[in-house]
Ligand binder design. Structure first.
Ligand code: ADP
Length: 471
């Protein structure tokens, strides 16, 4: 089967979060299963672009709200990723340093989607499935079926995967002329609360819709910022497929970002060396258990609660643990965390920014990974933590509930709690400290965690079965 994934992110070319990780791994695993899985994404100004060779495969021009634009499709020449990677270059629109966050993101991603569909129209034989990801590419299923210029693509099955339903990409009807002319009887598919909502349009128009964990799909039916009726109405074509991890990239025995490698047999010593390196770099005390948080400093991740949680732990439990935070996001949270550094007694530090290398070192060197998320569609951090022998301390929500079992349950290995509030998180940290005192139990669950299999093998096949059901 031939599949083309259309996405805004793909590791290692451009990644802002889990979407990038998934698109860097899933196609590779689909290739291994014997399918042709390609990825097409915008050509941003990233380092990868300047350190790799590309061939031009297609050039064209199209129209966005009456303005003509040229585009070029280039292909990574060596296929080093394990799948074919195509980048769409649109001068002035896509060639920016950041992935998101520009005022004209609506126009940028619609132009990207138009260029992709124009290009596919030029193929001699069409792919068996067009798989789109999140709102940035979610207008494609609609355009394929209802924009006159893409009539040729109307019978190709489309799948939309929702990695995060918080971001929906709404824009006003005054920009509707960005979308290539469509059958006016179908305008209802674009409409949601007097605006155009690309995510909703994708849910209504795609042949199948998936979320990145089964539990997240259930949650969306009762709690999705106003989209509950649409998930309920379309439930017949919706399902959850749990994300996997790329066990070659995320392997503590070979990880290219680590100075000290280890496996399940050598984890005690290996993790200790990684912890030592982190503690030296960040002025932390090696003797105390190390709790880390890695992620976007936003409400979804409950990052706003961290400053209070850390203060409460120090005040109420005592200065018996270290905290190290890596992330960026809401300025008020960044400032509050920076402020805590003033009171550190070699037990708190924060790195504001995005740093892939540091994240790997933290998964390897930490004792506990905190994920108090209010919303967590799948969550990859906890899966990386498990593979690196770091105990995940998670709120029971979304994919966290699907993947982490409390250590008090039979064969359990994590620390779980119910509510994203300061009291519950602090209590979970208290329980983690008790667990830490029991070195025998720590060793036992570390072995259990490192032997769990969250690779893409099964889920990549689940997607193939889903595509096959559409042929
Ligand atoms: P998200 O909701 O952000 O997509 P996921 O858990 O699905 O959350 O994926 C997060 C991914 O992004 C992980 O690979 C994590 O290590 C990475 N990540 C998040 N923030 C940072 C950061 N500041 N520096 C490095 N990596 C980060």
């Amino acid at each position: 089967m031939e599949i083309i994934h259309v996405t805004a992110e793909c590791y290692p070319i451009a990644k802002a979060g889990g979407l990038g990780d998934v698109l860097g791994a899933l196609p590779k695993y689909q290739q291994v299963l014997g399918h042709t899985s390609k990825v097409v994404m915008p050509m941003y100004k990233t380092k990868y672009l300047y350190t790799h060779q590309f061939d031009v495969v297609h050039k064209g021009g199209s129209n966005l709200a009456g303005y003509f634009f040229d585009y070029t499709i280039i292909k990574e020449a060596s296929n080093e990723l394990g799948f074919e990677l195509y980048l769409v270059d649109i001068n002035g629109l896509l060639d920016r340093e950041q992935i998101y966050g520009y005022e004209d993101d609506t126009e940028r991603f619609i132009a990207f989607q138009i260029a992709v569909l124009d290009w596919i129209c030029s193929w001699a034989t069409f792919p068996h499935v067009i798989h789109v990801h999140d709102y940035h590419t979610a207008l494609i299923p609609f355009m394929m079926q209802h924009s006159y210029r893409y009539n040729a693509l109307a019978n190709i099955p489309s799948v939309l995967t929702i990695h995060n339903a918080q971001y929906q990409g709404q824009f006003g009807w005054q920009k509707s002329n960005c979308i290539p002319a469509w059958d006016p009887w179908k305008s209802g598919l674009l409409e949601w609360n007097n605006a155009i909502n690309p995510l909703v349009t994708g849910i209504k128009s795609a042949w199948k819709v998936t979320t990145v964990s089964p539990n997240y799909m259930n949650e969306l039916r009762s709690n999705s910022n106003g989209l509950e009726p649409i998930f309920e109405y379309e439930k017949g074509k919706c399902s959850g497929i749990l994300n996997g991890i790329d066990v070659n990239v995320w392997n503590p025995a070979t990880d290219k970002y680590l100075n000290h490698h280890f496996n399940a047999d050598t984890s005690e010593n290996g993790k200790h060396k990684n912890k030592q390196e982190l503690c030296e770099t960040f002025g932390l005390s090696i003797d105390k258990p190390l709790f880390v948080f890695i992620g976007r400093l936003v409400g979804e991740k409950a990052a706003d609660l961290l400053p209070q949680v850390i203060s409460d732990c120090f005040n109420n439990i005592g200065r018996t643990m270290n905290f190290l935070i890596l992330g960026s996001g809401e300025p008020i949270v960044e400032r509050a965390l920076e402020g805590l550094k003033n009171n550190s007694e070699n037990d708190f530090n924060v790195y504001i920014g995005y740093n892939e290398t540091l994240s790997h070192k933290m998964y390897a060197g930490a004792d506990f990974l905190l994920m108090p998320s209010r919303v967590e569609p799948c969550g990859l951090n906890q899966l990386y933590a498990l593979r690196y022998g770091t105990v995940p301390v998670v709120r029971k929500t979304g994919g966290l509930q699907d993947t982490v079992k409390d250590f008090m349950e039979i064969n359990g290995y994590g620390v779980t709690f119910n509510n994203a509030d300061v009291g519950d998180i602090t209590h979970a940290i208290f329980r983690s400290l008790q667990l830490y005192q029991n070195s025998e139990k720590m060793t036992e669950i570390r072995t259990t965690m490192m032997e769990l299999d969250f690779s893409w093998d099964k889920s990549a096949d689940d997607y193939i079965k889903l595509y096959a059901s559409l042929q």
